[in-house]
Design a protein around this ligand. Structure first.
Ligand code: SF4
Length: 296
């Protein structure tokens, strides 16, 4: 991947961004890769030389790396920091680096740090629950120890003391507990993820079409219908049902504006490979005013 510096930030920051802090060691899959969509992993490998990322877009990633470096210096009795565990399953080595393990008489409590937004901690975070449970499974398999709890320590980068919304975090450091799965259920989940990645790898090697990203993996937003009135800039109300929107529009003597759902991971290029993805270019081509089949 090429790191660009479009905004002329100081060179040491570019050096920092270019340095590889994160390593999956001798494993074929890190837990993060295993949980991410197989298509993204294959496209990233295929286009690694061409992919560009500007240093200005890597701020939070760099702070995340910096936190890992700082963590390694913060040794505290009763805690294991930054331990990478390896486990071989079906001939494939999987590894996961656990930020923090608190050792208690009953077992191990696993914690992971996340630099994130207030909005994110107010959502259902299935991927965090999956990640923590795969770490718990690794601890169970590799260390033979019982895991007693799973927690995320969310460091909220856009925290505001003035935001009074229900469920809004009450501090810029927000602890979140997640349910612990049975080890057998987690192992089944890991096998399924591995199987999907292996299918994708085989398709890639044979030059076949890759397994598509699912709507969830593409962060597909819902189509909504905005009830509007001439002369008013904002919508009166948003509906997910067109019938309800039309009914309300009739009462308001207004009209309905359709706001089509979109795959936000693709449109924002949060996967980093949108420019090389035919699934995305096909979606673009099928949009109103889009050029069907256009290259992006
Ligand atoms: S552009 Fe969208 S569909 Fe393509 S790899 Fe990225 S997330 Fe998946």
């Amino acid at each position: 991947m090429k790191i660009t510096n479009k905004h002329g930030v100081p060179e040491p920051l570019v050096t920092l961004a270019s340095r590889e802090y994160y390593t999956k060691g001798a494993s074929q899959y890190s837990v993060t890769e295993l949980l991410s969509p197989p298509k993204i992993k294959r496209l990233r490998e295929q286009y690694n030389e061409q992919i560009e990322q500007d240093v200005s877009d890597m701020l939070w990633q760099m702070l995340g790396s910096a936190l890992h470096v700082v963590m390694e210096r913060g040794e505290t009795p009763g805690y294991v920091t930054e331990e990478r565990l390896f486990f071989e399953m079906d001939g494939v080595t999987i590894s996961g680096q656990i930020d923090l393990q608190k050792e208690t008489p009953d077992g191990i409590e696993i914690m992971d740090y996340k630099f994130t937004s207030a909005w994110a901690v107010m959502q259902d975070k299935a991927e965090w629950e999956q990640q923590l449970n795969v770490y718990a499974w690794l601890v169970h398999k590799v260390k033979g120890k019982k895991v007693t709890g799973l927690r995320i320590c969310a460091l909220i980068r856009d925290f505001s003391r003035h935001d009074k919304r229900e469920d809004y975090p009450d501090s810029p450091v927000h602890m979140m507990d997640f349910p612990l799965w049975e080890p057998e259920a987690t192992e089944k989940f890991v096998k399924e993820r591995l199987h999907l990645h292996q299918i994708s790898k085989m398709q890639f090697e044979l030059g076949e079409e890759l397994l598509p990203c699912t709507p969830d993996e593409r962060w597909m937003s819902e189509t909504v219908y905005a009830v509007k009135r001439e002369g008013r800039k904002t919508a009166i109300k948003l509906f997910t049902s067109i019938e309800e929107a039309q009914e309300r529009a009739a009462k308001e003597k207004g009209y309905v504006e359709t706001r089509l759902g979109e795959p936000k991971r693709c449109t924002g290029n949060f996967c980093g490979v949108a420019a090389y993805c035919t699934q995305y270019s096909e979606w673009l081509g099928n949009q109103p005013g889009g050029d069907a089949g256009a290259e992006c």
